[in-house]
Design a protein around this ligand. Sequence first.
Ligand code: BGP
Length: 478
Amino acid sequence: MKQFKFPEGFLWGGATAANQMEGGFYEGNKGLNIADVLPGGKERLSILQSPGFNFEIDRDKYSYPNHEGIDFYHRYKEDIALFAEMGFKVFRMSIAWTRIFPNGNELTANEEGLAFYDRVFDELHKYGIEPVVTISHYEMPVNLVKEFGGWRNREVVTFFERYVNAIFNRYKNKVKYWMTFNEINSGLIMPIMGLGFSIQKEEDKYQPTFQAFHHQFVASSIAVKACHEIIPDAQIGCMILYAPVYSYDSNPKNVMYALQEERFFNYFCADVQVRGEYPAFINRFFKEHNIEIDMKDGDLELIKEGTVDYIGFSYYMSRTEIKDKSDLENSQGNLIGGVKNPFLKASDWGWEIDPEGLRISLNQLYDRYQVPLFVVENGLGAYDKVEEDGSINDHYRIDYLRGHIKAMAESIEDGVNLMGYTSWGCIDLVSASSGEFSKRYGFIYVDKQDDGSGTLERKKKKSFFWYKDVIASNGEKL
Ligand code: BGP
């Protein structure tokens, strides 16, 4: 049996986001964010995919699972103790912008919100766990959406700058790993979550989408520069949703099509944030769609100066493309599109399981950018069953993770510089795309059901003990 080796100091851990776990949505002077007004269940997915959402809470019509999350806001000590028991070196979490600036445009930060994260970081450090913090994870203040139109408005850059300065100054001695925007390129498929606005039905989507991206790129560079200045020993990365694109067959037309989709979806944002330049290929797209980006003098220089230190990315699946899809079945459930890959099996939500694709992704990203990589999300959303004796035998999750961890080890042997691995939803939480609790990713089960019932009790799954051994053996015991 092959022994897998990971470098000394490899950053093993788990990943979460504030809006999907904290709950306490109105406590500590917190304001409403986008996730707070998204209903759970089937409605959410259709809202994310279609234009015209108005960001109003309709309490009579929908349920809002993110309001309670898994109550990490009150139970963080218990949860962090469990992460420590697994041996986490790092814990990826996000700061809810609305805890710090409830409406996004206040002049001073909210002390209660700042103090909450002080307590969380202190608790992590008590066990020697380093926080990895996403600055913005689908959590824009609703006020900025309604009053300013989200990232399409340049003023939001100023509000974001105020927010990042507040958190860098406050946590400069507590947080050394940062990331700017979660899955920034997801704005191409889910502008509501990624870019903070809903396209109106009659509106052309490209102009506002790419204008909003430009503002995010400027904001990202401002954050990178501020971070380097305020916390010189910190590292700050971008975060992209990466799904390698395969051509369905060897027809050169399809190969070219797959390449175009790959560049457009996987590389457009990373090219700007890592290389500090808009890539050449996007110009043709802009021209063909009459897109003209409104830029201020100095924006391009700023983007060049504010390049990130590493690439954080999520990897769940690959995508298979063909120019003419008419005769083929779509890969169901996969928000990023594509057709069914005959070589792959899929999860219960139709996400195709492809560990080799992670090795391909790591190699492709490293070949292109030559900066350290960090797999900050990966995992299997699955239905879990609690047995009568209380045990949860999630062997399917172990199989999934084992395959992906092996793929990382292979890519390290290939020469890739990989910093660490934080598997997604290390504790069960609310699903981002569907708002469900039943789509579980965790090593730790949380008794919370789709109808909102449950005691919130935490239980260790089989994978909890397995991951503990993986970390203790630095990846040798898989
Ligand atoms: C990523 C998001 C996460 C997360 C994960 C799993 O896109 O960054 O927030 O939730 O996917 O997706 P889902 O919860 O929809 O299964």
